[in-house]
Structures are given as C-alpha cells and as structure tokens.
Design a protein around this ligand. Structure first.
Ligand code: GSH
Length: 309
C-alpha cells in the first residue's frame, strides 16, 4: 500500500544513529512505516520545507504533523501506539537513559569513530558538520584524543554490562524498552564505522549478547516513500494537533503566540511559528510553506529553548 496521511513517514538515512534509535522503537512496537531517505549533508530542501529550518535527522511525518528530534518522535509513537509500551518500570528511566545516550555516550562514540579514521569523513562531510556545530571538525585533534575517548566509551559500555549482570535479557528487565533502543544505537553506529570500537564492544560478553538480542528485534515493517510524495502528503493533509493551553507554562506562553524554537546543543537553527499547544514535554507550532501548506511542527522541551518572537 502506498503511503498516505495516516502513515508513519520517517525522514532518515540508514547510517544515522539517531534514526536507528527510532527504528528499534518501531521494531519493539511492530509498526508499519515508510522510510523517506534524506541526504547526509545539506542541502535538504524537502526536509526544511517540512520543518521550517530544522535540518537534523530523524524527523517523523504523519500527514501534516512533523516531529523533530528522536525524543519527540518516540513520545508521539508511544502516544499513538501505546501497546506494547516502550517503557518498563516507569517512563522516567527510559527518557533519562535517552538523554545520557544522546549526549555523553554519543560524544564518546563519535570520538572513537572519527578519531579512528573512517571513510565517512570526506571533505564535504567535514565542512557540513563544521557548519552544523559551529566548531572546527578537527580530525587530527580527534585522533590525538582517541585513546582517552576509548576509556570513556569502555567505561560506559561497562555500565551496560553491570546493568545486565543479573542475567536479565534487556536493560530494564525481560522486555525491551526505550532504554535498550537508546543504549543500542551508539553500538550500531560504531559497528557500521569503526573496527577499533567493535573490539571494545566485544570485550564485554554480556553487552555483545544483549546487542544481538536488540538487533534481533528488527525495525518493524519498512517500506519506502520518495521525498516528493512525502511533501504531497503533507500538502494534502491537515494537522490533527488540538489547540491546548498549558496552565503550568513557566513563561506564560499561550496558543497564538509567535515563538521560535531551537536546539540547545548543535544545529541551533531557530524555527518560528504560532504556538498551538505545549506542555512540560512538548511544544507544537504552526507554520506555512508554499510547498507543503500549513503544517504543525513538534519539538521536545528537554534540550530545546523556546523564545517569544
Ligand atoms: N537530538 C537529535 C539529534 C539528531 C542528530 O544529531 N542527528 C544527526 C544524524 S544521526 C544529524 O542530523 N546530523 C546532521 C545531518 O544529518 O545533517 C535527536 O535526538 O534526534
């Protein structure tokens, strides 16, 4: 069946580690979804038409609702498709594991991969990532730091090994959860790109066995959709997000306000629109683009700044 306004469309690329986190969640839930492959470097005109300037991967589209950042995507998948849940023993542990993996563990994995030399880092890629982070992508410095970062990566693999030490199958118990998807994707990234990193992973037998179990979950049922078709679906659809004020909003923001939203780490492009709904964990803003018409773009709150504009 072709993709339509109800389909899950994941704007992604295959060697994107954050996409792998979402793909494992799609696997845990056994969902049907469409992969819409995006370029690894800018320009990404179709993606930016949907998001209003957010360029990172992954982004999920369902009709005219556009979810930026893996946190926002997974939160929405859990809301729309609650069973089986990606939470085991309470949601906080999964989100907290996500924040650890996305920041500290990811930085150690990146240092191992690029400090060890990888074909991924050609000139165009390096220039693109310098623009993304606003900092030099200094391969020589990464090579010099690689031994130190190997210690960091190993120490964190060791935490996973300790967590699995009582013989459990998955990080939080007998069922796979967001904590597994989060801990796993950095290992997948290392496996795709870094033979030295793989040796570190395999020095932990419990981690290596768990990694195989998580890989065995799969990615649900994947089909492909083109970027043009994804844009046509957005243009023809209407957002399903209801207007909702948050009485606890700390800065008095309310529906109808014009706001800008930006990531607090890298890729800090501000996306501007009209606030539709917000809570402690999400903000949804409406914007218009000639190619896709009215869309509602969703972001997490943790890791993002919202400013009145
Ligand atoms: N906090 C974001 C991070 C996403 C991220 O850094 N994605 C990488 C690829 S996995 C990226 O977009 N790199 C730049 C690019 O692909 O243009 C999330 O959780 O989705």
């Amino acid at each position: 069946m072709a993709a339509n306004a109800q389909s899950i469309i994941l704007h992604q690329y295959d060697i994107s580690p954050f996409s792998e986190k979402v793909r494992v969640v799609l696997g845990i839930k056994g969902l049907d979804w469409f992969a819409c492959d995006e370029p690894i470097i800018m320009p990404k005109p179709e993606l930016v038409a949907l998001t209003g300037g957010y360029r990172k991967i992954p982004v999920m589209q369902i009709g005219a609702d556009i979810y930026c950042d893996s946190q926002s995507i997974i939160r929405e998948l859990e809301r729309r498709f609650p069973s089986p849940s990606i939470h085991v023993g309470g949601a906080g542990a999964g989100w907290t594991a996500g924040m650890w993996s996305d920041r500290v563990f990811f930085q150690a994995a990146v240092a191992i991969i690029f400090g060890g030399g990888t074909a991924l880092a050609d000139e165009a890629f390096i220039k693109d990532r310098e623009k993304l982070t606003g900092r030099p992508f200094d391969i020589e410095a990464m090579k010099a730091a690689a031994p130190l970062m190997a210690e960091q990566f190993r120490a964190q693999l060791g935490w996973i090994e300790e967590q699995l030490g009582d013989g459990r199958s998955f990080v939080l118990g007998e069922k796979p959860s967001l904590a597994d998807a989060s801990a796993f994707y950095n290992l997948a990234f290392v496996r795709w790109t870094s033979p030295n990193g793989v040796k570190l992973i395999e020095s932990f037998p419990g981690v290596a066995a768990w990694e195989k179990r998580v890989a065995g979950i799969g990615h649900g049922n994947r089909q492909e959709v083109s970027r043009e078709d994804a844009l046509d679906i957005a243009k023809a659809a209407t957002s399903t997000e209801a207007v909702k004020a948050d009485p606890g909003e700390p800065n008095g923001l309310k529906p109808g306000d014009r706001v800008s939203v930006m990531a607090d780490d890298y890729g800090r492009d501000a996306i501007t629109g009209e606030l539709v709904s917000s809570s402690a964990q999400h903000i949804a803003i409406k914007r218009n683009d000639p190619r896709v018409g009215d869309v509602v773009v969703h972001f997490p709150r943790a890791g993002f700044f919202v400013m009145k504009s």
